[in-house]
Every structure is written in structure tokens, then in C-alpha cells.
Ligand binder design. Sequence first.
Ligand code: 6R9
Length: 647
Amino acid sequence: MADQAEWVKRPEAAIAAARCTETEYDALYARSLKDADGFWAEQAERLDWIAKPSTIADWSFDPVAIKWFSDGRLNICHSAVDRHVENGHGDAIALIFEPDDPKSDARQITYADLQREVVKMANTLKTMGVEKGDRVTIYMPMVPEGAFAMLACARIGAVHSVIFGGFSPEAIAGRVEDCESDWIVTADEGLRGGKRIPLKANVDKALEKVSVKAVLVLRHTGGDIAMSEGRDHWYHELSEGVSDSCPCEPMDAEDPLFILYTSGSTGKPKGVLHTTGGYAVWTETTFRYVFDYRPGEVYWCTADIGWVTGHSYIVYGPLLNRATALMFEGVPNYPDHDRFWAVCEKHRVNIFYTAPTAIRALMREGAGHVAKHDLSSLRLLGSVGEPINPEAWRWYHDHVGRGEAPIVDTWWQTETGGIMITTLPGAHDMKPGSAGKPFFGIVPELVENDGVVLEGKAEGNLCIARSWPGQARTVYGDHDRFVQTYFSTYPGKYFTGDGCRRDEDGYYWITGRVDDVINVSGHRMGTAEVESALVLHPKVSEAAVVGYPHDIKGQGIYCYVTLNAGEEPDGDLEAELRQWVRKEIGPIATPDHLHFTPALPKTRSGKIMRRILRKIAEQEYGSLGDTSTLADPGIVDALIETRKGNA
Ligand code: 6R9
């Protein structure tokens, strides 16, 4: 990427309407560092507290112990739902539901409806025996009941663990077991692009491996499913006659709110734990400034509630701001490639937040699909999940944003709880491909491998020097792993796992992961997870998985596979292995490329040389670096030959 990137000016309209101008950003940012306690105490005023916190920041990165607002008490559901009703906004629309099938009716859910629905779900969970502190697994399609379930857990003090509806029974079982969850909330089936997703059947398969006390099932498609007597309950039956009152459980600011599993470079996915007060303040504040939301506007984030983006920017951030958030059940290309734009036109969407992989896929289908629709309501666009290439940025800006709407390219992670680096729409001009500037309270540092912190224009490993309210507090059940993963590489700093460049204007450019995590269509995946799945197959002896550039997905999954003696690769086995990985992890982990090889390049001590495998997958044969430490250097030539043959 060129350093002298072109600036794209923010429009006058955005400046005029801005909640935060450039001067204000500079002043607020400076204050957020100089007087962190004062700054965050003020932001926290935007929530309803049962007991206002007197202690604000209380953290250390060495040893690792993170607390914010620790003597405060609140319930996030009260701030996101009830208080809006109490303040006379019960008729404001909280959620708009746009179903998979455009011919089905959209639903509008007011804040008063939302309160009723959440109370009903909360009391139903209580009927099942769920109590404060219990973990509840939510495996739902993108329907409002998914959000009701999350908020219902928060209301009664239960900890939700949402699992993306695309994950396999094996993945569900692993997560249910890891957080010792005794309850699952699911639906008969999901609908995506006209296809039925067998959610309940997947849960049934998972429950052959682990057991729970009860499963609550939403009737959504009406599809035929098995119900296990005594264990499974229909939501519409169990909720009948529950009380219409359910007080919000008073929670300590540091009481757990949710667990969300995410991939790392080693081992099984980690259950990242977020707590109540800091997460609420962080999502409320970031949503307010970054999207500069105004009452009455329609905001649409296309993520799934199974990912952190759905948690923070479909459910909590928008509702804490009394926004109208659209929830979309479907996919961008069903029934046709113009669905996103049709939905924007239909619901007069003002703020649209999506992922680069979706933009690239739609860009490939041509701007004609965009031109068919009146997108004049759009005033702000957002991007999240992976670096956005300048070409996709331009297309998004020119065609979807009519060359006018600013784009916020928001960098953040499951572990950060909310947005960390982005431009603000009225405060900053943009540079396509750069996330921009740090949000309030965020101190990014670029660090060399030896720990030296770089100043000014530089490139290095992205660390964050100070804690912020939305930061994850631990890995559920394994605090050592939390410390090891994020705080041991550069002691005293939070290490993000991303590489990053800072330019002469102080803009940050994320260059991608520097660890063994790959980003496929904005989904984070540990290469180790895919390897573990492959070697479970009886014919596979060894596997090494790397990412390689992919036009639409950003990164594709490239698998080097060694078979057991006597096994021969063929098309059938290839198809079988693809299917195998889908079954083990889920469709998002389907290998893009299988490369059978009699051996993998290893050092004499037996370490797989991933650096070389990455280069070969990328077809960068000239820059393989030193191969002299390999036990059998000849294997590299053979790998290159095969790669050239099948590229
Ligand atoms: C929110 C989310 C986190 C990883 C992160 C980085 C990549 C996310 C990005 C971005 C460049 C952006 N990432 N947003 N890279 N520019 N605007 O995606 O969380 O699923 O945990 O992924 O995604 O590599 O480290 P998560």
C-alpha cells in the first residue's frame, strides 16, 4: 500500500452535523489520557446505575488484573431497554426484523415490545431453573428472539455464550462443555438464502456428547424436529402464562456479562469473558461517537449476533443509545445480488455497517445492482472484520455512498469489546485502507519483536499500552491462558496479534495477523483448529494449514496434507476431507485448497517451517528465505512444482 495514500475529505454535511469535530476530538482524546477517571466517569453518566461507581479505572497489566467502575452496580438490560420505556420512549422502534424471504413480513419491535419480550424470555429461563451466574448457550438464527435471549440472560444475571449458527455439533459440544453450560436456547431451524439450517438437529447431535438440563426451542420455520421429553421445551408453550414482571437483577460492574468463543493461534477456541459495567460504557460510548447516531435514524449492522460485532453493534451499543437497529436474517445474494441495497431502500437505512468480504463479493457482481435502488437515505458507512483494500473502499464509497457518505473503517477485536481505532465521521478525513485514529482512551503502540517501542512513522506489532473499559477480563476458566496469550509477549502491554503501520499523519494501517490466525471472510480462525480437524481423519497423518490471498474472502484456507502410508490422494478423498472439516468445525472452515504431499518441510528438531509453506501457498517462490536448516531441503522443490501445477 502506498504511503502517500490519497486523502478522501469528509463532506461538509458531516462536519456541520458532527457530534464531535476535529478540535473536539483532539481535546477529548487528550483528556481521556490525562484524566482517564474524569473522562470515563462522565461517559458512565449515560447509563442508569443502581449505585454510581466511585472507583473508575483500577487495572494493571503486570500482574494482569483489570477492573473498571468496580464499586458500581447496574443492570445492562435496564439501561438498554427499561429506562427508555420509563423515559417515555416506549413507542420508539428498537428493532426492525427483515426476514430471509423478502416476501415474508418485516417486523417492527418497539422498546415497549422489547421490554415485554425480554421479560417473557427471562421468566421462561427462570422457569427452567436458570439463576444468576449460570451460563446459557444461545444457538439461534438471526431473529429478534436471539437478541431477546441475550438481554433476558443479562436481565437475570445469567452469562450468555452465543454460538454462531454456522458452527457444527462438535463445536457446540466443545463450547457447552468448556463453560459448563446447563441450558441451550435454540430454534427448530434457521433460514439463510432460502436454505434451512438444522439448528435443533445440530444441538441434538451435540447433546450425544455432552448433556444439559434443558433446551428451549423457538418455533421459527415450523420444520419437523425431534423433541426429547423432559429435556426439550417449546418456547411458545413454556412461556405461556409466565409472569409479565421480572425485575432486573442488580449486578456488580465486574460481574460477568457474556462469554464469546474466539480462535487463537494455538489450542481450542478461548472463551473470552466480558463483564458488565465497562462493556456497557464502552459499547455505549463507541456507538455514540463512531456512528454519531441521531434519534429516529435507522442503523443496520449486517453481522451475525454469533460474533462480537453482533453483540456490541447490533444488540448492546445501539440499544443503550435508544437506536433503531435492523436485524437481517438472510444473506447478501438472496434472492439476488441487490438484497442489501433493496433492504436499505425499503427501510430507509441511514447508517450501514458491513464487512469487506461482503463488499468485495458484491463489487464483483457489478454496480448495476446498487444503481437499481434509492440509497439516498445512507449518510454513513462502516467496515469491520479485516483490512479493507482501497479498491473495495472506493467502490463502497462511490457506489453505495454516492461519493458522499463517509466511511468508518473500525478496527477492533472480540477481546477489545468494541471499536478501538477508526476515524470519526465529522472529525477526520479518510484514507482508503487505513482505520485511522485511536478512539478515546486508546494508546496504540507499535513494538518491534525485541520489545522496543517505535515512535512516529513506523511499522510493528500492535500493542495497547493502557486498559480501556471494554477490555476482556479473562479467558473463562483459564486466566493463565489469558495472561499468556495477551500479556506475555510484551510484558506490561496488551498484544493484539495484529501487525500495523503508523503513517506521518498518525493514521493506523492494520497489515493483518502476525500469528497463526487467519481471517477468512472476516471470520477468525486458528490454523491449528483446521489442522486438528484434518488429522482426526483416519487417512491423514499430518496437516499444516496456512492462509493465502483470496479475492473475495481476503484469505483462503490452504491445507498441506500428508496421508498415512498406503493411502493415495484422489478427488474423492479431497471432497471427503472438505466435508470432514465442515463437519468438525463448520462451513466457514471449508478448505479452499488441499495440497497433498508425501512430507512437510521440517527443521531438524521436527518443527514445521510454516514460513515456507505460507510463501509457497502465496506463490512467492523467490523469497523463501533460508531453507538450509531443513531436514530435507528437497521437499521444497517438490512442493513448488505441485503448487505451480495446481495454481
Ligand atoms: C471485530 C472483529 C479481530 C481481528 C483483528 C484484525 C481483524 C477487524 C479490522 C481488522 C483491519 C479492520 N480486523 N477489524 N483488520 N481493519 N477494520 O472482527 O473481531 O472476530 O475478534 O477479529 O480481525 O486482524 O485482530 P474478531
